[in-house]
Design a protein around this ligand. Structure first.
Ligand SMILES: C[S@@+](CC[C@H](N)C(=O)[O-])C[C@H]1O[C@@H](n2cnc3c(N)ncnc32)[C@H](O)[C@@H]1O
Length: 296
């Protein structure tokens, strides 16, 4: 009887910790949950966008770098010589950014993403755009060795790093895939902005309600990922992590990438942070780096 009670209590505790992501949920389950959540979200994104991307990419001048925050990105991209280069984005979602990036002159692009639905859409868009882009469905951490040293340029954009608990593991893949002298550009949501994603409401709460900057997560999220149409739906749970700026710098430097520039902006990227108080914080950043070796 005692053993039975002990077993029940242990099981309840494990389920509780699993729900919280408190070290019991293994990484494989977490990645599969995130894959399912992104497959589901893609359907909502497609509904919200209708035919706009498919029709848009039939026009050779079409780009999705048309948001207010994209001006700073474009000015960085204009300084890079893409001619004849092979580029990548990881993760690439439905490929819209990688295809837009190809218009800067790259000869070939390969995007990687865990979502089956997003990759299927990316392949259709590449066909419409008649661009030499290939898309691979995979967990970034499992990208095969055949891609080692394959890329001159790797692009990482908003909402990418949060899916990885261990940035050293993530950036070791970036370092492995870059050619010597190849470069990386990260245009990401600033860790400060992620604070507000943890449910902080400036109308109702004070700064004392902030989680610690050093709290990593995982944060379980079930409110849906439709940042395109803004529809709430019964969502599959996904798990994400917060990283400090020093986590990001350390992980980049560890994989032999020299940081060539780092700029912080008050530009809102994806979180719809409209309250006046947000103008006081850095909300996005661009970090560029170059893999040590011959100059790109
Ligand atoms: C917010 S998007 C980032 C890309 C782009 N900035 C965008 O907004 O579409 C997040 C993407 O990360 C992908 N993702 C999450 N975890 C991943 C993993 N472990 N490996 C590869 N892709 C992953 C999701 O499928 C999703 O397409």
């Amino acid at each position: 009887m005692f053993v039975l009670i002990l077993l029940i209590i242990t099981r309840k505790y494990c389920l509780f910790k699993k729900r919280l992501g408190g070290g019991v949920m293994n990484e494989k389950d977490m990645f599969e949950s995130n894959r399912a959540a992104w497959n589901q979200a893609t359907e909502y994104h497609q509904k919200a966008r209708g035919n706009s991307l498919k029709a848009g990419f039939e026009n050779p001048d079409f780009t999705t770098f048309d948001r207010d925050c994209d001006d700073v990105l474009i000015s960085k991209l204009n300084q890079i010589d893409f001619n004849g280069r092979t580029i990548s984005q990881m993760p690439c979602n439905n490929g819209r950014e990688l295809l837009s990036l190809m218009k800067f002159g790259a000869k070939e692009a390969i995007g990687f993403d865990i979502s089956d639905a997003a990759v299927a859409e990316a392949r259709q868009l590449a066909e419409r755009a008649k661009l030499n882009a290939k898309f691979v469905r995979t967990n970034i951490l499992e990208i095969g060795e055949e891609y080692n040293g394959r890329f001159d340029f790797i692009y990482i954009s908003e909402g990418s790093l949060q899916w990885f608990s261990n940035l050293n593991a993530y950036f070791s893949v970036v370092g492995r895939l870059l050619k010597q002298g190849g470069s990386v550009l990260i245009f990401e949501i600033h860790p400060f902005a992620y604070f507000f994603e943890t449910g902080f409401d400036p109308e109702k709460q004070s700064l004392n309600d902030f989680p610690s900057y050093f709290k990593k997560g995982p944060f379980g999220y079930k409110d849906g990922l439709d940042y395109v149409g803004g529809v709430s739906y019964e969502a599959k749970e996904c798990y994400w992590f917060m990283h400090t700026m020093s986590d990001i710098f350390t992980a980049v430097l560890k994989c032999d990438i020299e940081i060539t520039a780092f700029d912080e902006y008050n530009l809102e990227m994806a979180n719809h942070l409209e309250a006046e108080m947000y103008s006081k914080f850095p909300l996005s950043y661009i970090l560029t780096g170059q893999k040590k070796g011959k100059v790109f």
